[in-house]
Design a protein around this ligand. Sequence first.
Ligand code: PLP
Length: 433
Amino acid sequence: MTSSLPVTDALTDAEIRGIRADFPILQTEVNGHPLVYLDSGATAQRPLAVLDVEREFLTTLNSAVHRGAHTLAAEATEVFEDARSTLAGFIGADDDELVWTSNATEAINLVAYAFSNASAGRGGAAAERFRLGEGDEIVTTEMEHHANLIPWQELAARTGATLRVIPLDDDGALRLDEAAHLITERTKIVAITHVSNVLGVINPVEQVIARAHEVGALVLLDACQSAPHLPIDVKQLEVDFAVLSGHKMLGPTGIGALYGRRELLEAMPPFLTGGSMITTVTTTEAEYLPPPQRFEAGTQRVSQAVALAAAIRYLDGVGMPRIAAHEAHLGARLVDGLTAIDGVRVLGASIELSRVGLASFDIPGIHSHDVGQFLDDRGIAVRVGHHCAQPLHRRLGVTASTRASTYLYSTDDEIDAFLDGVAATIDFFGVRS
Ligand code: PLP
């Protein structure tokens, strides 16, 4: 996919009503008001189809996978591998290029620790390209979620490599001019987010990916905020690694995934070691299975994988291009509506890039926790704080912000209720400029 959104029809009101009926939690009340859930960027709600599949698996098939000769184990293994295939297909990967992890954070750490294990000599000659030392560089951006920053800080500290950071301009956009200078022959890996979890903008990652490949660097794409909301194809994007979290795309917590190009996964030493990832073990050494099992040590999260596959089928049933169109509409309504409220500063509002349905804002004079509390009293759920992106907030001159984030089940009426709530917050605290 590209950084511009697909041109397609957004969801109709009737379709959204039908979708909402599938999500029991959206029928509930909070603090005496119908729940307005605008925190899907943190974690999405789950439709009955997902809840039912997980329960069905646990009540009829529950068993450890890839072990045991009994019928349940064989059937559980089959649905587990089918789930892998479903998620792989959803992002344009081959089945054996998809590694299950607990979440995106673990997936990024998997890659960072595989690099440091290679740097310590593990993986033999095949792992040469993952080796880092003094003089080598890792490039990330000032906009990253801490999950895509701290693992690279730690990798640099362990190996002696240098971490370079693509800065942001005063609006919060990536300085692509700087990216071209920062990504050089010394760069071994570039780790960049596809969609900012604070600004909601879809980064023009194609340019960064092209520059990285020009100098022979690998690219890890943080797709946490893009895969749930946009059609994405890892092969078309030509990324080497991509990560996502199941709970942000209608699936359960405790499951995420790492995509890695087959050739890279085959050459990369493992991060976690133990049961289920080996062929032969002696008391002194072990031989490892090929990927993806080489990276899946220990008992796997089977019911979560099966439920995530149900989530993917649900998203596919609605259609990702239409979800993206719906959220582009909601994102524009959010940004325009917030910008029109006197006293509100929307972070990154002037960045001229396509957006998902997510916007963060600051109201000078009111702490974001107070904004969140005021909205919560009206049944409106938003996220407050630094959203695990302290460097971005620091760059934009704020310590915290309030974030509203939508999904396929969000409505215009909910955005309007939220905007009314923000205006009422300002009136209540008396900070209009
Ligand atoms: N990257 C981005 C852009 C995110 O928004 C998040 C979660 O908010 C993560 C990474 C980390 O995801 P998880 O906590 O599920 O590992």
